[in-house]
Design a protein around this ligand. Sequence first.
Ligand SMILES: [Zn+2]
Length: 260
Amino acid sequence: MLTFLMIGAHPDDMDTLAGGLAMKLIDRGHRAVFLSITNGNAGHMSMDKDALRLCRLKEMADAGAVLGLQYDTLDLDDGYLTADIPTREKLMRYIRALRPDVIITHRSCDYHPDHRACGQLVMDCSYLVGVPLFCPDAPAMRKPPVILYSEDEFTLPAPFRADVSVPCDKYIDRKVQATLRHKSQYYEWLPYDGHWTEVLESRTEEEATERLQERLLRRFAETVAHFPAGFPEGTHYGEVFQIDEYGGPMTAEIRQAMEG
Ligand SMILES: [Zn+2]
């Protein structure tokens, strides 16, 4: 059994980037755990930070229940994440306690400062995870995890490269359902922030849900459209990952668990 740890900066990041993979792995008898480094307490236009934090912790648990996995957080403030030493130590203790075979996270070139810091923190842990005198209270790992990056659209310093392609057609409905459990984001903050007028103008929650489902399905279909080469003919929905050169070496067993 392999253990995969998906680390996002915010409580809804990994649902959209690796939710299909997580469900596939669990179906195949592997373990998948989501970790949101921040508690998401900045993404709203009317709730205060404390109310939003509680709301987002509940949404994480709801999404985790749909995906069938453990959804953890380091409970740090949203919008304030930095790749400093205390945060590196916190993350290192979490990684060493779980001892994952694979870590998935954001690249450190991304529009959101928390995503950049999150990718940097994982890179900073990738070698030190095996150094016993860094965080000596948490036993070092003898085998460094394979590190993979989730998809993004950014081109500098280099565009995202799809090294591993995971077909997800079978899981797409549950992936949409899990994503929409982050209600404060998908029904409120993201339409407000991104001017999603068709959602903002919905007259009922049912209508908003329909329009959000259409929007998410369109977005999730873009992955196969952008990176068709790695997918079997006829695949509509998938997720892609780039192998990071600082992590452990990719193995045939891990690739088989993801792609097969
Ligand atoms: Zn995010």
